[in-house]
Design a protein around this ligand. Sequence first.
Ligand code: PBG
Length: 327
Amino acid sequence: MSAQFPVARPRRLRRDPALRRMVAGTRLHAADLILPMFAKEGITEPQPVASMPGVYQHTRDSLRKAAHDAAEAGVGGVILFGIPAVKDARGSAADDPDGVLQVALRDVAAEVGDSIVVMADTCLDEFTDNGHCGILTPSGDVDNDLTLERYASIAVAQVEAGSQVVAPSGMMDGQVGAIRSALDAAGHGGVPILAYSAKYASAFFGPFRDAAECAPQFGDRSTHQQDPAGPLREALREVRLDLAEGADMVMVKPALAYLDVIAQFRAEVDVPVAAYQVSGEYAMVEAAAANGWVDRERMIMESLVAIKRAGADMILTYWATEVARRL
Ligand code: PBG
């Protein structure tokens, strides 16, 4: 390869590990990672989630220990989900000050203090007996505005139990505004909202529904979660509405199949963008690795780097503690 003009040789920068390390534009940091955790009421031993090897439904003790380990590893935050012993149509346990999630928030906040951020998923599907994310109409649809009243009350209960951030995930119209007003009215104007802004009706949530025991008993979530085939501008509309309603941070979910949405959000909004590497993304890698078909560690790191490179500032991942230790 001789030429009259200098030849561009991108390989020059790939010659050795030190050079590659120096020029790598994408770096993961432990503080970017957020660990989702499941608190289950009424169990005496942590329960392994069959479809998510390495993930547990926690007892109060094991939850505190997992939060402690996450903090020690330097993760940025944890986000808690609660699985109540008793479920009903209105998800009464969700805003009960002694409900499983509020107990878990108090325990974890006491355990980690303010060393990492303690967050709560604000939704109803883990708490309703029908597995839906809200209050149902007689015909079985989710009633948007009745559900907003529940979300507002749940968010206040979560903050009063020690949640430093609330993360509404139900995809009801107006949920960020309803929660913002309720928090402000209750004297919690300083508590940020992490909005699940673009959340798709995704098959990648499958294993989560075992973990959180929240599979819909009939129907699905496609009247409120976004259609995977929907245009990018629909995601942008959702995020603009959330920002107008007062969202402080926004999220895309799932992550790996929606890198285009993450990149668009990064380009369009001026708040932190989070991406949720969901249960199905976790299960795919763990299952393939258990069969010896892929290099588990490399797949984990590559997927996280890809999500970061697409534009995510933070990543919710069930591997948060493990990866934070490795960084
Ligand atoms: C709703 C919620 C879900 C997930 C996070 N919040 C489930 C759903 O919308 O069906 C999924 C997370 C995952 O798959 O890891 N509370």
